[in-house]
Design a protein. Structure first.
Length: 360
């Protein structure tokens, strides 16, 4: 026997294809490739090395993520999308050619007071309506002037904001945010960025100088429409193996709590993946997996290390057969739609126990 447990196969060919697609959608814009949260669960070192030649900058959420890229040989600029958390980080940021967002007065003061070896490239984060991070519209001028006057700040200041409803194509809120952003930065020298994945796909007029692809880089759509519709290829295939096949009698339950009872004689397949690997425990009965060219439904409750599927009475499957939980054959957007757990959460919640296999 030689069975694979839960494995995420990550394709560099798919990754590069998606970057090409993104470039075709926004040919005039430079690219900040967003690789936070271990490249959305895809492996930050592999992903960054695979796309470094094709992008202009990397975006991360924490300084530790940026330093991990640097220690693995990434030399392109890196942007801290939430800015720095601690005054003592500023010299480290300067030395490592890391750029930072500034979104509040505390960061501004720390930046002015710091002793840094070289000026730091700063992006001024503007709150255009997300109301999470960013300076208020009426504060933009004051922040901008202060940054321009600080010897610690590179004179080329960027402007950045974030859409809160870019995935709602019917909503006019995105256009309102874009208008606010353009008005707030009008007449100020500096490159601009507001479009992340939703903006890139659905709001062409938001592309501006820089775009920030996140989820779409990994071949996943920001809405529950399969990414193939946008010429994007899933980078991850999550799979495991059938470790048992059991004849099962009509009227008998399967799994904890007996929540599913079979209405016919059938065969039950046991798959080596569970919530200990990050597959959701509360996934509804009937959610499909892909096995030997067909979809079969999950039945019973997902356990820590296993889940069970109804193979059907005439099933010819064998122990050791590969079971795909999501990938090209079974779009993750469909699993997100059925489960009510967004794709972003499904991929970033995979645990370290899942083996990662880099292909191509």
């Amino acid at each position: 026997m030689n069975m694979k447990p839960a494995t995420a196969k990550i394709s560099s060919v798919a990754l590069k294809h998606n970057i090409q697609t993104i470039k075709q959608k926004a040919p005039q814009s430079k690219i900040i490739a967003v690789v936070k949260a271990n490249a959305y669960g895809h492996g930050v070192v592999f992903v960054s090395a695979a796309v470094e030649e094709m992008v202009d900058c990397f975006g991360v959420a924490r300084l530790e993520e940026a330093l991990s890229l640097r220690s693995n040989g990434i030399t392109k600029p890196i942007l801290l999308l939430e800015g720095f958390f601690c005054d003592k980080d500023l010299p480290v940021i300067a030395i490592n050619n890391i750029q930072t967002v500034v979104h509040n007065a505390e960061q501004l003061e720390a930046l002015q007071a710091a002793k840094v070896p070289t000026p730091i490239k700063v992006w001024l984060k503007i709150d255009t309506g997300m109301h999470r991070l960013g300076v208020a519209l009426e504060e933009v001028d004051a922040f901008y002037q202060t940054l321009r006057q600080s010897p610690n700040v590179d004179p080329q200041i960027g402007f950045i904001s974030h859409f809160s409803r870019a995935d709602e194509v019917e909503s006019d809120y995105t256009q309102l945010q874009l208008t606010r952003f353009l008005n707030a930065t009008q007449g100020k020298a500096g490159e601009k960025s507001i479009a992340a994945s939703g903006g890139i796909l659905f709001w062409e007029n938001s592309h501006l100088d820089w775009i920030r692809p996140g989820i779409i880089m990994y071949g996943i759509s920001p809405i529950n429409v399969p990414a193939q519709e946008y010429d994007l290829t899933p980078v991850m295939t999550l799979s495991s193996s059938l470790i048992a096949i059991k004849p099962h009698k009509k009227g008998e339950p399967v799994g904890y709590g007996g929540i599913w009872v079979s209405d016919k004689d059938t065969k039950i397949g046991v798959v080596a993946i569970g919530y200990g690997d990050g597959y959701p425990r509360d996934i509804p009965t009937g959610t499909p997996v892909y096995l030997n060219g067909r979809r079969v439904p999950i039945v019973g409750r997902v356990s820590m290390d296993m889940l069970t599927v109804d193979l059907g009475a005439d099933a010819q499957d064998k122990v050791g057969d590969e079971v795909i939980l999501w990938g090209k054959e079974l779009p993750i957007e469909e699993i997100a739609d059925i489960s009510g757990v967004i794709s972003y959460e499904l991929i970033t919640k995979l645990t370290p126990r899942v083996l990662t296999e880099y292909i191509d």
